[in-house]
Design a protein. Structure first.
Length: 127
């Protein structure tokens, strides 16, 4: 005959196993992110106005068109391109190229998180 303590013990074991799985997945994901981060940018001198600069770049009228062109044409040919080479190849300012790469990286990361959520049932939303 099982008791309430047996049930609680097995439920605590399951919670520990789930936490361990989630921790392992997070570590793998962070390792993957660290391997992909290769941007050599010095943000000294922006004095906290970097978010204003990024928001300003995102308000460029054809920003979404440039972003989709870079994603579909340039990054398919050279996925490891630096923002400096991208700015020359796409004919945009280095800051615009950097913000586009940043946004595309975040879009890709978001897709990967959603895939992990669907596979394992974990939620990475901290709302």
């Amino acid at each position: 005959m099982s008791t309430m303590f047996d049930y609680l013990d097995s439920s605590q074991k399951k919670i520990k196993e789930d936490k361990k799985k989630e921790k392992e997945l997070n570590e793998k994901l962070l390792e993957k992110i660290k391997k992909q981060k290769k941007v050599d940018v010095n943000f000294a001198g922006f004095d906290g106005r970097l978010s204003e600069l990024v928001d300003g770049i995102r308000t460029i009228p054809n920003y979404q068109n440039i972003k989709s062109f870079i994603r579909d044409k340039i990054l398919t040919e050279d996925p490891g391109i630096s923002y400096k080479k991208l700015s020359v190849k796409a004919g945009v300012h280095k800051g615009v190229a950097l913000v586009i790469l940043y946004d595309l990286y975040n879009d890709k990361l978001e897709e990967e998180l959603h895939e992990i959520e669907e596979e394992n049932g974990f939620s990475y939303n901290y709302d």
